[in-house]
Design a protein. Sequence first.
Length: 183
Amino acid sequence: MQPTLFTERLILRPLTLEDVEGVQQQFAQWEVVRYLNAEVPWPYPADGARRYLEQVALPAMARGEQWHWSIRLNSAPEQLIGNISLMDQQDDNRGFWLGPQWQGQGLMTEASAAVTEYWFEVLKRPLMRVPKAAPNEASRRISARTGMRLIRTDEGQFVEGSFARDIWEMTREEWLQLKSPKQ
């Protein structure tokens, strides 16, 4: 059973079918999807969130291969503002998106820290790798700010087109070192 995670400003609730409307409303925006994997259909279909939850996210959660959370503000827990996920896939262990009106406030850095802790502490994974579209500067800054390092660049297919794809990495040891109190 995947737990709800709490941060200073956020509630990260495991995704359920009740989140369909909130995901559809926030996700189907160019600013949200442009740098995501080209597997995301665009224009986003009216039933895209339902299909994604029913056919991808919820079955993967039930198999213990993926962990998906809705992102909500403590001050407005009824409103879904984004999503963050962990995946047991080579070179793709964490992904996220946030509605445009909540971007640039440090919320995704906060959510990323919470799920990264879950990855290393609860799931006991030795390594986290995260792919990014190279032009996605905001996402790159989150990885750099949270102690990850760029390990390679290759070509990737994204909703907006073909771009350089950066792979960022952090080991469990590096993460433990970062979170330990400085002497």
